[in-house]
Design a protein around this ligand. Sequence first.
Ligand SMILES: Cc1cc2nc3c(=O)[nH]c(=O)nc-3n(C[C@H](O)[C@H](O)[C@H](O)COP(=O)(O)OP(=O)(O)OC[C@H]3O[C@@H](n4cnc5c(N)ncnc54)[C@H](O)[C@@H]3O)c2cc1C
Ligand code: SF4
Length: 346
Amino acid sequence: MSLPQFKLLRPRTVDEAVAYLAKHGGHGAGVPSPFGSGQAPPIQARPRLRIIAGGTDLIPSMRQKLFEPEYVLDIRHIRELNGICEQGSGVQIGVLTPLSTIEHSELLRRRYPVLTEAVSTVASPVIRNMATIGGNICLDTRCLWYNQSLAWRKACGFCIKKDGDLCHVAPGGTKCWAVFSGDTPPALLCLNAEIEIAGPSGTRRIALRDFYTGEGDNYRKLQANELLTRIFLPEASADYRGVYRKLRIRGSIDYPLAGVAVAIKRSNGHVDDAKVALTAVNPAPVLVKGATELLAGKTLTEMLAEAAGDLAAKTAKPLTTSALTPEYRREMIRVFTKRALLATRD
Ligand SMILES: Cc1cc2nc3c(=O)[nH]c(=O)nc-3n(C[C@H](O)[C@H](O)[C@H](O)COP(=O)(O)OP(=O)(O)OC[C@H]3O[C@@H](n4cnc5c(N)ncnc54)[C@H](O)[C@@H]3O)c2cc1C
Ligand code: SF4
């Protein structure tokens, strides 16, 4: 599958990147329907520009003609966005930091172990050398009916997320349920991470939990002329025990089909604070509501871990977007939550 034609832009600074985004970051008027003439064509405005970081997800998607931008903004040469540093008592991570650098950071392993665990499960060591943390946070949502070649999608009549107006997963509905399948965001949610976004009107800093929309097609709150620049891990989330558990078909290299991150602080045999977050079972990575209240102040017994598993399973809303059944994925959320919580006692 060949790449579509595009113009490559290579900024060296955030200011240069923002200037390119201001100039080319809007939406095109629409694209000719791939249905061909004679059929009702849903005209979709398409972003004129796509950002590329490591390219490990964007390039395969461009080959599948899921994205056909006029411009590709290659941000890899912006040095100020690559690296991990202590900031005050917390830690700042540039979005271009490769996942392998995060995986091998002693600082992060010691202070934010749930992130190290999650990162080390992404794809394979070779991909982790290229892939960036920013790309993982911004990863496009996935679905069996979407991550396919143009010919495959055309044969099925397309769908809401790209070029069509129906959903094969939830027929009759108007919502896209494609699943967010990044491994690091649930860990970052457990750590109360914040992200910095830069655009023509300056920079803003928001909690990561406010970044995702919960819609499979328009999954993140990022304008077409903005980019992610930095991630902040607060001091208050440091030194929690952390565990990440992931369901995948190929153990050596695969996207999650269900994932659970747990961060927990205990003292005198009691839970002081705990967070549980899920990935790959909803259109956004989500914190399990009520988990902190359920766990805090109690001794972490098998029964309590089981109750947290039940709560997590209720939060998961998997549909038939992947090769494994929704029932199995939801059940594995229950099992992984219990196991992850109990593993923090070791
Ligand atoms: C075989 C294979 C297996 C994989 N397995 C996993 C897995 O197990 N777990 C997992 O989480 N991922 C997996 N991936 C996906 C991918 O490798 C990772 O998610 C990776 O972290 C993406 O980072 P990247 O820098 O390569 O992103 P890119 O491909 O460069 O970009 C990904 C998306 O993010 C956008 N983007 C990137 N940076 C920014 C920014 N700074 N601001 C705004 N938008 C931005 C891009 O426009 C694009 O839409 C796999 C990929 C492959 C090919
Ligand atoms: S959930 Fe529905 S609309 Fe979304 S990608 Fe899958 S089939 Fe398409």
